[in-house]
Each structure stands twice: as structure tokens, then as C-alpha cells.
Design a protein around this ligand. Structure first.
Ligand SMILES: Cc1cc2nc3c(=O)[nH]c(=O)nc-3n(C[C@H](O)[C@H](O)[C@H](O)COP(=O)(O)OP(=O)(O)OC[C@H]3O[C@@H](n4cnc5c(N)ncnc54)[C@H](O)[C@@H]3O)c2cc1C
Length: 525
């Protein structure tokens, strides 16, 4: 019999190796009844700063069946593996995009022996790193090889956070695959699992190698530029130096992410149905990580059993908007994640150790379709672009506008940096953020920041830095699919974040697997 035992508490002074003693007590069984047990969830409860607890869940295999009346003990049938049967198909499937959605779909289809061909406009991780460093150090931008495009997709130069709002049995499978390919083992049980950008790079490469070893292909610097759909699908691809070629397939998967604006445009012109959707805009805010740690954990904040602190906050404001933190990166840095020339877009990343001085997080306000819609499903993209281009300053190309929180609240352009040093590269310029964001985003920040300052100590810091503009937390477009997984055009499957079926690394990976299952069903005899 398999059970999950939730709410097993440890104080910071207690030794977690005593887990079995606690389990025996909670289950009220004899020692020999427990065949084995495994930690599957570990979280910190710091609501009482003088009594911080580590809260764990364990999966326990018991020798005999029992009835339990304790609500913390649940009978389960725990699934960690995904059955991937061989799929018999004539033509090789084509996946566009090698982000988390394309990678996990690629893995699924390669294990199903379909020898997928993956088309990725960006470069392999080894080459991509060089381009990103060139941009960060010298401001030389490459439109096909940057923080948004290239091997591993937008997730590679990220914090590598794997938490997701969705509940899905495939999560365990994804976590196991990440670990198998080099991610730290603790992601399996941490409540807020994260890999870190430094480790993610090797994970991504290892997944590519497995796909290739199973007969799949990853074609870097190849861009999907169009298709014909009559009796058969013909996919048009451009190699980096401009040569074009075509491939025939019966299954074309679009895992293009939310930043491939030229690809959206082409797909729209070719008749792919899409609709506008709500998204969010705002700034990245940086605080000293030490202040966040102290604010969240109190005097225990240096205890080695505690992680680098994070936060998540939501405010529903009187102006009918929501202000919320998103993609908080402890001990990380603010990164440029524009995908085209002459734009400024912020995001955040961190390495495994999360040991940089600043904590950063997006501080976002919801943007409704009504705020921007003028008749085209791509209007949201235009709206984003308008603000991204306004933030681009010809006098200091690719530098981002920054402002101290105190100055923003007093409507003053910042003149001098305080103790929080902006981490954005290649550089920054002083600005008044009011000029770079929609009025309702500015209004919401002005209402919300004082409330946050009254609730969280680290928000009281007037020298905290705001860097703009954060426009790409989610896709402004949805490409709907039917119960077979098709778009309005048969055999074309929208997938991942670009189609609005995911919002983050884990949910994109899961959506890749979901599309794999659509394809499996299509060929089931
Ligand atoms: C800096 C940064 C930090 C982030 N941090 C986190 C985090 O910590 N946790 C988290 O959950 N999420 C994070 N995210 C978001 C996360 O990365 C995305 O949600 C996720 O990568 C989406 O996966 P995807 O596969 O759908 O698309 P993407 O990862 O965007 O991948 C799409 C791929 O398609 C390729 N492509 C596009 N068009 C074409 C074309 N025409 N031809 C060929 N290839 C094409 C692109 O080059 C790209 O590699 C972060 C994003 C950024 C930018």
C-alpha cells in the first residue's frame, strides 16, 4: 500500500534524518511495516519568525493495507513515469522551436521512435552563450541568438524556477527527466524547485544529445518561414545564410514561444486562427537580497537550513487593476530579453547558488484586451512593442531606463544610485518611469508601492531600483487548438507558451508532452 504523509514538521534545530521515527508515530505502525519512504515535498513555514518550521511530505510504501483516519495521510497510486509507446508514422514529425515545450515534445517523440526533426532559429547553447556575452559586454545584438532565441528557448538564461500553478501528473516525470539530464536532485522535493541558469545549460544540451541518439535531429540556425497545406503539409525553412528548403510532414508542431513576432505575423497571414488575450506590463524591481532574507526569516535568516528567501505578492487595487510580483529571482540579476533590434525588455535570472547581491522580481499590472484591441489579434504585440521601443535610447543603445523607488513616488528622475546597484547589462540610464509605461500601470504602481512598503520591510527601501520595461511575462496572443490538438488547420499543433497553453518552464514542458499524446492518439490503431 502506498500513502503520502503530509505535514511532517521539523524545527530548524531538529535533524531531518529522524524522519522515520516521525513517520512511525504518525502512521502508528510497527517499524517492519514500512518498506521504504521518500521525501517528495519540502517547504519552509516562516509565518512565526521565532519558530520557523520545515514542512515535509513523504511517500511511504507499507507492507499491508491499512485504514487511516488522519487527514494528513492519503492513499495514493503514485506515478512517476510516462508510458511512451512506439508511434508508427510514415513521415517524420517537425517541431518548430527548441524551448522547454519543443524539448520535452522532442524527447517524447524520439522515445516513441518517430525521429522528430526540430527546427530552431537560434544557435546551440555553446554558440548562444558567446552571442549573449557579446551583447551584455558590448551591446552587439544578434536577432536570432539572444536570451529569447536559441537552444533551450527563453528558459535557458533564466532562474530555472520550476514551480507552476498547475497540478499535473506529468510534473513528476519532468522533474525526473531534468534530474536525469543533470539538474540538482533536490528539485524533486523542494516546494520551490529551481535549477539555475548555470546548470540549465548542461541540462538542455544533454536533452538534445538524447534526442539525437534516438534518431531525432535538431537543426540550429534554421528558421521556419512558411507552410503550404493542401493534401500534405509542406514546411518552408530558411537556413541562416539564406538558402531555403522544404520538408514534407503530416505533423507540424509550433512551439515558437511568445517572442517570435515575425513568425506570428507570417502564421496570421497564412490563415492560422489566433485571438488577442490579456497580458501584463510593469517593471523589474531590485532589492538587497539580505534585506529580503531578514524580512522573510527574521533573526534566523543566516541559518544554513534556510534557502535564499523569495516572495510572492498580489494586490487587488481600487482602480480595478491587480499589481503582482512575477518570476522573482533571489540572488540574481536583471537581464535584457529583447528579441529584436531597438527594443528594451527586462526579465530576471539567477545561477544555482543564487548568491548575487540583489533580489529581483517583475512587478506587473494586468493589461486587458480592451486596453489595446483595435481589430487585429496581433494588436497586443504592437502595444508591447510601442513601449519597448520607447524605452530604447539612441544615445545609449540597449541601455535600460532605471529609477529609484523613492524618486518614482516623488515623480523625480533619479540622479544618483544608492546602495542597490542596478544589475542590468549592457547598462542603464536615469529616467522617470512614468514616461515609459501606460498610465494605468504607473497609477497602479503609485497606489500599490506604498501598500507594499507598509507590509514588507524590504519594500521600505527607497533606494530599491526599478528597471523598465517588463512586457513579456506572457503571450498577448492565443492560438486555440481542438480536441485533437489541431489549430484551425489540420495537422498543425500549437504548443507551449506562444500558443498560450503554458506560462513558464514546467507548464511549457508539460504542454510538449500533452501534444506528444495528441500525436500518439492520432496514430493509435
Ligand atoms: C530571462 C527569462 C527568465 C525566465 N525565468 C523563468 C523561470 O525562472 N521559470 C519559469 O518557469 N519561466 C521562466 N521564464 C519563462 C520561460 O522561459 C518560458 O515560459 C518558457 O521558456 C516557454 O517555453 P516554450 O517552449 O513555449 O517557448 P520558448 O522557450 O520561448 O521557446 C521557443 C523557441 O522557438 C524558437 N523559434 C521561434 N520562432 C521560430 C521559427 N520561426 N523557426 C525556428 N525556431 C523558432 C525560438 O528561438 C525559441 O528557442 C523566463 C523567461 C526569460 C526570458
Amino acid at each position: 500500500m502506498q500513502v503520502i504523509v503530509n505535514n511532517v514538521f521539523f524545527t530548524l534545530q531538529e535533524d531531518e534524518s529522524k524522519a522515520k521515527i516521525k513517520l512511525l508515530k504518525l502512521l502508528n505502525v510497527e517499524d517492519k511495516e514500512i518498506q521504504d519512504f521518500k521525501l517528495i515535498k519540502k517547504a519552509i513555514d516562516a509565518r512565526k519568525k521565532d519558530h520557523i518550521l520545515i514542512v515535509c511530505s513523504f511517500l511511504v510504501n507499507l507492507k499491508h493495507p491499512y485504514k487511516f483516519f488522519n487527514t494528513n495521510i492519503k492513499k495514493v497510486n503514485f506515478v512517476e513515469d510516462l508510458a511512451i509507446p512506439q508511434i508508427e508514422m510514415v513521415k517524420r514529425p517537425i517541431i518548430v522551436g527548441f524551448g522547454p515545450a519543443g524539448m520535452f515534445l522532442g524527447l517524447y517523440l524520439a522515445r516513441a521512435k518517430t525521429r522528430p526533426i526540430i527546427i530552431e532559429r537560434g544557435k546551440s547553447i555553446e554558440e548562444r552563450i558567446k552571442d549573449i556575452n557579446l551583447f551584455r559586454d558590448k551591446g552587439i545584438f544578434n536577432g536570432n541568438s539572444n536570451v529569447s532565441f536559441g537552444e533551450g528557448g527563453a528558459g535557458t538564461f533564466s532562474d530555472g524556477k520550476l514551480n507552476t500553478g498547475i497540478k499535473d501528473p506529468r510534473i513528476r516525470f519532468c522533474l525526473k527527466e531534468f534530474i536525469k539530464h543533470g539538474a540538482p536532485e533536490e528539485i524533486y522535493y523542494e516546494a520551490h524547485p529551481h535549477i539555475g541558469s548555470d546548470k540549465l545549460r548542461n541540462v538542455v544540451k544533454s536533452i538534445r544529445e538524447e534526442i539525437i541518439s534516438l534518431g531525432g535531429e535538431v537543426r540550429f540556425e534554421h528558421q521556419f518561414i512558411g507552410f503550404e497545406s493542401r493534401e500534405n503539409l509542406i514546411v518552408k525553412i530558411k537556413k541562416d545564410r539564406g538558402t531555403m528548403y522544404e520538408l514534407k510532414t503530416d505533423d507540424l508542431i509550433l512551439a515558437i514561444g511568445h517572442s517570435a513576432r515575425d513568425t506570428y505575423q507570417m502564421l496570421y497571414q497564412q490563415g492560422l486562427y489566433m485571438k488577442p488575450k490579456d497580458f501584463s506590463m510593469g517593471v523589474r524591481i531590485e532589492h538587497l537580497q539580505e534585506n529580503v532574507n531578514f524580512s522573510q526569516f527574521g533573526k534566523e535568516y543566516k541559518n544554513p537550513k534556510l534557502p535564499v528567501a523569495d516572495y510572492k505578492l498580489v494586490l487587488h487595487l481600487p482602480n480595478n487593476r491587480t499589481l503582482y510580483s512575477f518570476c522573482m529571482c533571489p540572488g540574481g540579476e536583471v537581464v535584457a530579453s529583447n528579441s529584436a533590434e531597438n527594443e528594451i525588455v527586462t526579465n530576471g535570472m539567477s545561477n544555482y547558488k543564487r548568491d548575487f547581491d540583489n533580489a529581483n522580481s517583475a512587478l506587473l499590472v494586468n493589461v486587458k484586451v480592451n486596453d489595446y484591441y483595435q481589430g487585429s489579434p496581433l494588436d497586443g504585440i504592437e502595444y508591447q512593442r510601442k513601449y519597448e521601443q520607447a524605452a530604447y535610447n539612441l544615445n545609449c543603445p540597449y541601455f535600460a531606463p532605471i529609477q529609484k523607488v523613492g524618486d518614482f513616488l516623488k515623480n523625480k528622475t533619479t540622479k544618483k544610485i544608492g546602495k542597490v546597484k542596478p544589475s542590468y547589462k549592457p547598462g542603464y540610464y536615469f529616467a522617470n518611469m512614468e514616461n515609459y509605461l501606460p498610465y494605468f500601470v504607473v497609477e497602479s504602481l503609485k497606489i500599490g508601492l506604498p501598500i507594499l512598503q507598509s507590509k514588507y520591510n524590504f519594500f521600505k527601501d527607497d533606494e530599491a531600483i526599478m528597471t523598465g520595461v517588463e512586457t513579456r511575462s506572457s503571450s498577448p496572443v492565443m492560438i486555440p487548438r481542438n480536441e485533437q490538438g489541431f489549430s484551425n488547420i489540420a495537422n498543425i499543433y500549437p504548443c507551449g507558451e506562444g500558443a498560450s497553453y503554458a506560462g513558464g518552464i514546467m507548464s511549457a514542458a508539460i504542454d510538449g508532452l500533452r501534444v506528444g499524446e495528441f500525436i500518439r492518439k492520432k496514430y493509435e490503431k
